[in-house]
Design a protein around this ligand. Structure first.
Ligand SMILES: O=C[C@H](O)[C@@H](O)CC(=O)C(=O)O
Ligand SMILES: [Zn+2]
Length: 274
């Protein structure tokens, strides 16, 4: 079963007038992981799609998606898949990729229908592509790791870069996940914006009652979302995307837009935020 929800892009002047429910409706990405279903959120931020497939033992195939009006979803798109569950497989044509927890799969434009199987919980992201880059399974040991932060500022963490120019080729998509050291709670602090690219976060590895206080909005006009396990946040190009947890967590970050230089960020120091 495939369900697709459309999210239109929001202007920053509109976002600052929103109350809690409206903010959550536009920017919280929830209810993506349902056993036996593929659920996608089609956004108008760089036409970035995020979602999940949870085959729960029965194969699920992602093929035609009405929103793109193409014969198959990946006809003019590339895709990233991260398995945050138990071992499962992802297949396209004659290729079958066995995915352990934490593995990342890149599928190039024109890969055709994608079948998810096994005990995986597959997080899916996709954006338009202009050429076919080779598909590739990237394991944690193939990723590039960047250590950031310190215990004193509660933000000691490792940025694991997977779909990233230093690791492999893609068109627009840049993706990885960040793990926090025990006792550190802050991600992406100091915060930043990058008007060149939108971004989406998926938070996972949280206990049931744990929550992330996710910060969004223009740096001088911030808002927050309380986010639970396996839920995410859409970050428009004008918005910061940063958060602190009441518990340990991991999060997947993925971006699409004009430029794939990960380091192209405009930093905002804590004392500049409002
Ligand atoms: O543009 C890059 C993204 O916001 C994230 O990669 C930031 C992040 O993982 C972190 O600082 O913890
Ligand atoms: Zn960012």
């Amino acid at each position: 079963m495939l369900t697709v929800e459309t999210r239109h892009a929001v202007h920053q002047d509109h976002a600052k007038t929103m109350g809690t429910d409206e903010l959550r409706r536009h920017f919280l990405a929830d209810d993506m992981f349902r056993p036996g279903e593929i659920r996608l959120i089609y956004t108008h931020y760089d036409r970035f799609v995020m979602g999940a497939a949870v085959p729960a033992g029965q194969p699920l195939t992602l093929d035609k998606v009405e929103e793109t009006r193409t014969a198959t979803f990946l006809e003019r798109r590339e895709m990233g898949v991260v398995n945050i569950g138990e071992t499962g497989s992802v297949s396209t044509g004659d290729n079958r990729y066995e995915m352990q927890r934490g593995d990342v799969l890149y599928l190039g434009m024109g890969s055709g229908p994608v079948t998810f199987d096994g005990a995986g919980r597959f997080y899916i992201v996709s954006c338009p592509a202009h050429r076919a880059c080779p598909s590739r399974l990237v394991r944690l040991s193939d990723s590039k790791q960047v250590k950031l932060g310190a215990i004193e500022t509660s933000n000691k963490r490792t940025i694991n870069q997977f779909i990233h120019p230093l690791v492999m080729e893609s068109c627009q998509l840049v993706l990885g996940y960040t793990t926090l050291e025990d006792g550190s709670v802050w991600n992406t602090m100091p915060a930043h914006v990058h008007d060149r690219r939108m971004e989406a976060y998926l938070y996972f590895n949280l206990p049931e009652n744990g929550r992330i206080v996710h910060l969004m909005g223009e740096p001088q006009e911030t808002r927050h979302l309380f986010i639970g396990n396996e839920e995410g946040a859409l970050s428009p190009p004008w918005s910061i995307h940063s958060g602190a947890g009441t518990c340990g967590y991991t999060f997947i970050w993925a971006m699409a837009g004009d430029n794939i230089d990960y380091t192209d960020m405009d930093f905002v120091q804590p004392n500049e935020l409002r």
